[in-house]
Design a protein. Structure first.
Length: 573
């Protein structure tokens, strides 16, 4: 299978793709992937395809017609090779997209390269027609002359690349694995710090997992001048988009840089090598449903931050900030009473990457991370610290990842029980597949490492007094969330209402100031709802509504608790 990529007007942002299929069947059904691994929703990439045509080797046109949104039927007849040509619009820049401009060609092949499902295992060659001064950052095997090879379409689809004259590159070798670090964009990399910190968290991951799935790995960083935060995992690489440029190596954004890099690197094991049986192999033609997102993403979210903590490259408080965010998001999400994390995993294909309707679901990332943390502490406590979640993920790698076998819910549960020495029936019934409150279990097991969970009032007056969250968008103050049974709900506020005034005072970013100014009495809001102005009275009821939850070290922690904390975190209590 040969794919040739070219373009002549980067400002128009169409990439020309020529796909040559040797020895085709008389009738071919050619597919474009319906989704991309790493984002469990349909991508509808075919909306970017223009001018699909089919030819024989002599350039004679063949009959081709669309069969569905991303399948084309070609009447090839008896020919030695089928040539398909089409243009793909590369106008979106994120960690899972394809983009073209005058400075670079960035491609996720899973977006834009077609394939034959029945020949998905055949070798693929990619030929790039790009400016001579461009370098190419990719995990694909280079053949020379801007040609790259993949063992099959799965590998090709999983091999993004950046081609540009402005790529910046360094590398380091750890335990025989070469880690390449590439930057594209308006960025001044602090190379000494980056190489040092990458080596530290990568070493922590290797200590747990034993070895790396591949001999070479590439971090592909897009650094933007505007706020960006997105990462996508691949077996031999990751693409990470972050911005703005001037904050990447400052205190506010650098923890995000380190955290997302650690998260995506761990995915090389967890999901790219260790994968649910439901997704072995990937089927690009449809949704690949699984209830195990709490392992694929939840365990990875937990470990991404734990490895940064253990490496010591950031202070302990950075981990606690993330943990407190997980706890508070969980407690603020009333979907936890409606849908389990397993059910929410299944439904990522519906609304897993958007807020969705109120109080319906939870997150495989957030709730999954909390449940991974709880499982880790259960194992540590009941095994008297002989084992931990480290042993579980390593066993998943050894027994499933390395053997190419997908794991099931039963397999994961059996490993948890193997190392804990106790039943996880209740854990699965109550938390994984049920909607019981996590907090009592978390409090019990966090105490094992000397941590206490404290509930505090929310920082914002509107949240703690009225149960009202807002967001500011284009200068407008919009209702973002309403706590059930709160004064805001009883007053009749609706999601997306624009709050214009409080007691006739115009509000911009000062909503909480005016609400607190009227403390203890009712307030009258003027809101715009679908173009109509309404006046709404809102009365505080003296109750505490939205709060925030913080995990803090117990000042009276015992030596045993402090030792358990040290073993878990590799940091002093």
């Amino acid at each position: 299978m040969l794919y040739e990529i070219s373009y002549d007007k980067p400002n128009v942002q169409y990439i020309h793709i020529r796909y040559t299929i040797p020895a085709p069947d008389p009738e071919c059904l050619v597919h474009l992937p319906a989704w991309r691994p790493g984002r469990y929703e349909l991508g509808n990439f075919a909306k970017n395809v223009k001018g699909f045509k089919a030819f024989d080797p002599d350039g004679n046109a063949l009959r081709a017609e669309k069969q569905s949104k991303d399948i084309w039927k070609v009447e090839a007849g008896e020919i030695s090779a089928l040539v398909l040509e089409y243009d793909y619009y590369a106008g979106v820049l994120n960690a899972g997209s394809t983009w073209l401009d005058a400075e670079m060609l960035y491609m996720n092949p899973v977006n834009c390269l077609m394939y034959l499902p029945e020949r998905i295992s055949e070798k693929c060659t990619l030929k790039l027609h790009i400016p001579e001064n461009y370098r190419v950052a990719t995990g694909m095997k280079a053949l020379g002359d801007l040609r790259f090879e993949a063992a099959d379409f799965h590998e090709l689809a999983d091999s993004p690349f950046i081609a540009s004259a402005s790529l910046q590159h360094r590398d380091l070798t750890l335990e025989g694995v070469r880690f390449n670090i590439w930057f594209q964009g308006e960025v001044k990399p602090e190379w000494e710090r980056i190489l040092h910190d990458t080596e530290r968290y990568a070493r922590e991951q290797l200590l747990v997992m034993g070895d790396f799935p591949v001999p070479e790995y590439h971090f592909l960083y897009h650094i933007g001048i505007t706020p960006m935060y997105h990462g996508v995992e691949h077996l031999t690489s990751t693409v990470i988009c972050l911005g703005p440029s001037f904050e990447i190596f400052k205190d506010r954004l650098y923890p995000e840089f380190a955290g997302i890099s650690s998260h995506e690197l761990f995915h090389a094991w967890n999901i790219k090598t260790i994968r649910p049986a439901d997704m072995m192999p990937y089927d690009y033609t449809r949704e690949n449903y699984s209830e195990l997102g709490y392992v694929a993403e939840g365990v990875t979210t937990y470990y991404g931050d734990v490895f940064v903590l253990r490496s010591g490259i950031l202070g302990q408080m950075e981990f606690f900030r993330n943990l407190n965010t997980w706890l508070t998001r969980y407690m603020h999400n009333y979907g936890r009473f409606n849908y389990s994390v397993a059910e929410s995993s299944w439904d990522t294909w519906l609304d897993g990457y958007e807020p969705g309707v109120p109080h319906r679901k939870v997150s495989i990332y957030n709730e999954g991370a909390l449940l991974a943390f709880m499982a880790d502490l259960i194992i540590r406590k009941h095994s008297t610290q002989l084992y931990s979640m480290d042993d579980v993920v390593r066993a998943l790698y050894e027994e499933f990842g390395k053997t190419g076998k997908g794991y099931t819910r039963h397999d994961y549960k059996e490993l948890l029980e193997r190392f804990a020495g106790v039943s996880f029936d209740g854990y699965f019934l109550r938390f994984i597949e049920g909607t019981d409150d996590y907090m009592p279990g978390l409090e019990e097991y966090l105490a094992f490492i000397g941590l206490q969970v404290h509930e505090l009032p929310a920082d914002k007056y509107s949240e703690r007094v009225f149960g009202l969250k807002t967001r500011t968008e284009a200068g407008k103050v919009l209702v973002a969330a309403i706590q059930p049974d709160s004064p805001a709900e009883k007053a009749g506020l609706m999601l997306h209402d624009e709050i214009r005034t409080v007691n006739d005072m115009r509000v911009t970013d000062n909503l909480n100031d005016w609400l607190e100014f009227a403390a203890g009495s009712s307030v009258e809001l003027t809101v715009n709802r679908n173009g109509r102005t309404r006046r709404i009275g809102m009365l505080p009821d003296g109750k505490a509504w939205f709060g925030k939850w913080e995990a803090l070290k117990d000042p009276f922690a015992t030596p045993a608790q402090k030792e358990a904390y040290r073993r878990w975190s590799k940091q002093e209590f």
